[in-house]
Design a protein. Structure first.
Length: 160
């Protein structure tokens, strides 16, 4: 009887472990990977029907179309930005500070930025909703939990 009880317990523990999905931190539920299944904080004013969805699943919305030079896949850009989690928590930003400079197309920024900034013009403002696969995936990055969709407000200060 004890052997049968241990066997049943082993089966139950194995099933629970298999159903937990793994890949995240122990005891932490991973959010949906599809931004359309998320609730966004009202202050973010995210209505995905107003965004363009690319083939990679990146959501792009032009708030202001700039009038300067157009960014290309290898342009050097200077950006001011704010980044939020869907619940409205700010995790990074530099608005009003020193612009963040980098070259598009390399490994300097997340894939969502490399894709989402191409085609902007100097003075342009965009909002991006970046699914986890185009951001940090299932890895934790500072205050950003694993599996997080990210929301960005980006202003293109300059392009070279």
């Amino acid at each position: 009887m004890i052997a049968q009880t241990n066997w049943v317990l082993l089966v139950v523990v194995t099933m629970v472990a298999a159903c937990s999905g793994g890949g995240g931190e122990a005891g932490v539920a991973t959010p949906p990977r599809d931004p359309e299944q998320l609730f966004f904080a009202p202050e973010l004013e995210i209505d995905l029907s107003e965004f363009e969805r690319t083939s990679s699943g990146l959501y792009i919305q032009d708030v202001t179309v700039g009038e300067g030079p157009l960014t290309r896949r290898t342009s050097r850009v200077w950006i001011e930005y704010v980044g939020w989690l869907p619940d409205g928590t700010v995790f990074d930003g530099n608005l009003g500070g020193e612009p963040y400079a980098f070259r598009l197309g390399g490994n300097e920024v997340i894939r969502g930025w490399n894709e989402g900034i191409v085609g902007m013009r100097r003075g342009g403002v965009r909002r991006l909703v970046v699914r986890p696969a185009l951001a940090y995936g299932s890895s934790r990055r500072g205050d950003i939990p694993p599996g997080s969709t990210l929301v960005f407000y980006l202003e293109l200060i300059d392009v070279d």
